[in-house]
Design a protein around this ligand. Sequence first.
Ligand SMILES: Cc1ncc(COP(=O)(O)O)c(C=O)c1O
Length: 340
Amino acid sequence: MQRIDLRSDTVTLPSPGMREAMARAVVGDDVWNEDPTVAELEALAAEWTGQAAGLFVPSGSMANLIAQLVHAGRGDEVICGQDAHCMHDEVGAGAALAGVQYAWIPGDGRFTAAEVAERIRPRTFHTPGTALVWLENTHNRGGGTVFPPEEVVRIAALCRERGLPLHLDGARVFHAAAALGVPVRELTRHFDSLSFCLSKALGAPIGSVLCGSTAFRTAAHRFRKMLGGGMRQVGIVAAAGVYALRHNVERIVQDHVHARRLAAALAGAPGLTVDPAAVETNIVMLGVPGDAPGLVERLAARGVLAWAPDDRRIRFVTHLDVDAAAVDRAAAVVREVVAG
Ligand SMILES: Cc1ncc(COP(=O)(O)O)c(C=O)c1O
């Protein structure tokens, strides 16, 4: 039985072209800043995002933790959306290791400058002070939703006015750019710092790049070392990132077409709730009557892998290793399993 893995876009396998690029990579000791392929990746990432500098890190979670460590101190507050990945899916690292607490805004991860303004507070004798404003685009738990770009501009203006840094968890920001049909830097240049993942839609096996000013990079570089993220001849991995940025960006829209195709094939099936028009990028959140984890197990027994974020929802993520035929097969299996 051929498996169709829609648990996440992290499950992609490096393509033969990517593996060849990795094998050919010129490398050096990156802890000594001597790896030319890492330097190439970091320069490319800075150029793509309209930032001054990039820092290669092992994961999106480490990028998020470093950003909090750089911008906020112990007891400080970070304003973010209610379902932010940094708050729910990183083992409490922000609280445990950066010592921050979150002032979260209810909703699907999209919020307004006015909602941010309401939550900004000064550091006083009693209160934690706001140290950082945090956006996630696209929003994972929100179902791959795209943050409205005009609101990002308003939030950035507010942050500048109030002297607060603005950070973007852009694990899937290339999806947001593809959905809006704009260059990614149009979305990223408003931020003081941001990260994006190479290991998700872009199809690389490892890594994220944290981008910002040169001063931000210097501070982030120290924290990366502190967290054990200094890597040696890591150009062999960075080469996959360079390859991904050169070959796998334009095809991302295909993942959106496939996600909408899956949603359309499931819409209207008895017991299932999904609105294909609400699928903005590569994530489909399917509403089920209950026992989503049980359904996920039954789907897995039929070779379709998905993930249940809670009891009433199943998440499917499309990526470069699934084509239209696989999506159609997956939809047929889901309908049968739910009916059965
Ligand atoms: C929005 C978002 N941020 C950060 C991460 C963390 O990335 P990693 O799995 O590389 O630690 C993820 C992972 O899915 C994510 O979806």
